[in-house]
Write a protein that binds this ligand. Sequence first.
Ligand code: 5GP
Length: 267
Amino acid sequence: MNNQGTLLVVSGFSGAGKGTVIKELLKEHDNYSLSISATTRKPREGEQDGREYFFKTKEEFEDMISRGRFLEHAQYVNNYYGTPRDYVEEQIKANRNVILEIESVGALNVKKIFPEAVLVFITPPDADELEKRLRGRGTEDEETIIARLRKAAKESEGVEKYDYIVINDTVKECAVCIDDITHRKEDVLAECSADNADNIKVINQIRQDLKNINLRRVIYVTSIIFRINGSCKQQSRRRRTGSSTEPLLNCQGDSRESKADYRCKIS
Ligand code: 5GP
């Protein structure tokens, strides 16, 4: 069977492990070419320009957009990401399987340009595992982790538009599964189809859990703001009524500290 020349678009939640799965696929098979994207995000520790990404400034990236150098591009958590057009077109002409590891807006745009592209969405088995993997990387600060979890909740809405959903329980199995999809193995195509009821169930559960995780965060942050505000109001009331000769309390930072300070000073 001629299995070459597939344009394979791989997406997945941030932290789904898609980078590791793709590395495994490239290690085990030599008929895949990985497209290297350009991005304005800063390199993470260990990343090299031209290997993981072509790292660009915002100005350089916008210049490439205006010169039509991208097959597609999108913004993801405050940064640009784009697929350089030339490489992909060359590899397709050379009849190789080309992998694009890109987020969902870009993936759906590629499908418009190349309807024969195969769209695969990789997901961890559940949302807790997703958060654990995202934190386990240790490469992002808390603000970015929260933004990526929020983005994951949004991305989970578009998963049905993909052709296949692959659950990343183990890296090896996941890579084999993607290779089987490229080779059009019928049993795997049926098992991984985005229409398969079991896959829809997993995605629906993750979608719900991500919403709950994000909601818990909003409640937590709001309660901190309320506690800090409450503590500050008490201080200013005491200052207005002249009932304290104590210096200003520190109302910034951790609210528990502010409360502890407050108790200490009025006792
Ligand atoms: P990261 O910052 O974690 O490397 O990537 C963030 C997201 O951007 C991931 O979902 C990744 O798949 C996506 N991404 C990487 N390169 C591209 C690209 O060229 N185009 C688009 N649309 N998304 C990309």
